[in-house]
Design a binder for this molecule. Structure first.
Ligand SMILES: [Zn+2]
Ligand SMILES: [Zn+2]
Length: 303
C-alpha cells in the first residue's frame, strides 16, 4: 500500500468544468445552447459563470449536473487589471459593488456555502503581491483554454507554483471560459478544458466535497487529455502512473533543480515516472503531456 495515495475517495470519475459564459454576459451562445453543447461532448457537470450575475438553467440535458456559478469582478490588481473570481455553488448573485476588497467577496461566497477559484492569473497579470493576501479560496485556474487560444496566456502554472512554494495550499483547475468567440484562427471554445473529479456520485454535494478535498485533476483538450491514474508517495519516492504520455514531469518547489521530467523520445510513449525525494520538498505535483501536447495537472501532494 502506498503510504500516501493521491485518491482516497471511493467513487467514480466525473468530467466537468466551472467557467463558461452565455448571452447573459459577454458570451454568444444561449444557456440552452451551451448546456447542450457540453453534454454532447461528454461533460457530467457544468457551472455557467456569467459576469456578475447568476444564470439559472431551467432544464439541463439528461445526465448533466448544473452547479450554480458567477464570475465576479473584484478590485484593481497591481498591474492595473482586475481580479476575476469564479464563484461556484452559490445561492444568490453577489454584487461586487457591495464589497470593499477582493477578500470580502471571497468571504461572501463562502458565507453562502460556495467556493472561489481565481480565474486566469496569467491573463489578468496577477502578481504575488495581488494573490498573497488572499485566503480561503479553492485555488487558481492553472489552465484557461480561452486565455490560451486568444492571447497565449492560458497556463498559470508559474503563478500557482509561486503560491504553493509559500505553503499556500490551493488547487489547480482547468476551465474553458467559453464565450463562443471563435473565428478562422481561433477554435470552437467549448470542451478544450476540464477537471476530472473522483466522487461517490454526480451530485452537487458529492462533487463539491471532492473538489474541496482536492480529489481531482485538471486537463487541457480539445477532447480528452491525458489520464492521471495514480500519483503517490512510497518509500521516499513520488510515483506516477498515467495514460500514454510524451512528457511526464514531477514538479517540486525547491530551487536547485529539484523535480524530474521523463521524456518519451527514445523509449516510445511512457506511462510511469518516479522521483526520489531529496527531503526538502514542501510538495510535489504531476504534469503529464500526451503526444498531441494535451496536458493534465495533478493537485499538489504536500509532504
Ligand atoms: Zn475572466
Ligand atoms: Zn470568464
Amino acid at each position: 500500500m502506498p503510504s500516501s495515495s493521491f485518491w482516497t475517495r471511493e467513487g467514480n470519475w466525473y468530467k466537468g468544468q466551472f467557467h463558461t459564459h452565455t448571452i447573459n454576459s459577454d458570451g454568444a451562445a444561449s444557456p440552452a445552447e451551451i448546456v447542450t453543447s457540453y453534454r454532447k461532448r461528454g461533460y457530467d457537470f457544468l457551472a455557467i459563470a456569467d459576469h456578475n450575475r447568476l444564470t439559472r438553467v431551467e432544464k439541463a440535458p439528461e445526465g448533466l449536473l448544473m452547479i450554480s456559478g458567477e464570475e465576479i469582478t473584484a478590485g484593481v490588481a497591481e498591474m492595473g487589471g482586475e481580479f476575476h473570481f469564479v464563484a461556484v455553488n452559490i445561492k444568490e448573485a453577489i454584487d461586487p459593488k457591495k464589497y470593499t476588497s477582493p477578500q470580502a467577496i471571497i468571504d461572501a461566497v463562502r458565507a453562502q456555502g460556495g467556493g472561489v477559484i481565481i480565474a486566469h492569473p496569467y491573463w489578468s497579470a496577477l502578481t504575488l503581491n495581488d494573490m498573497l493576501p488572499l485566503h480561503d479560496y479553492f485555488g487558481v485556474e492553472v489552465y484557461n483554454s480561452s486565455c490560451h487560444y486568444s492571447i497565449g496566456k492560458g497556463n498559470s502554472a508559474n503563478q500557482w507554483d509561486d503560491l504553493l512554494a509559500r505553503n499556500i495550499r490551493v488547487y489547480g483547475f482547468a476551465n474553458d471560459d467559453a464565450h463562443h468567440h471563435c473565428n478562422d484562427h481561433r477554435p470552437d471554445d467549448v470542451a478544450n478544458a476540464y477537471i476530472m473529479v473522483k466522487a461517490a456520485a454526480c451530485t452537487t454535494e458529492h462533487i463539491m466535497a471532492a473538489v474541496a478535498a482536492g480529489e481531482f485533476y485538471a486537463c487541457s483538450g480539445p477532447g480528452d487529455g491525458p489520464v492521471i491514474k495514480d500519483f503517490f508517495i512510497e518509500n521516499g519516492y513520488a510515483v506516477a502512473n498515467t495514460s500514454k504520455a510524451k512528457l511526464v514531469t514531477i514538479a517540486a518547489d525547491c530551487g536547485r533543480g529539484f523535480g524530474e521530467s521523463y521524456a518519451a523520445a527514445k523509449r516510445g510513449l511512457i506511462t510511469e515516472a518516479t522521483y526520489k525525494l531529496r527531503g526538502r520538498e514542501k510538495y510535489v505535483r504531476l504534469e503529464v503531456a500526451d503526444a498531441d501536447g494535451k496536458t493534465a495537472w495533478s493537485n499538489p501532494v504536500f509532504l
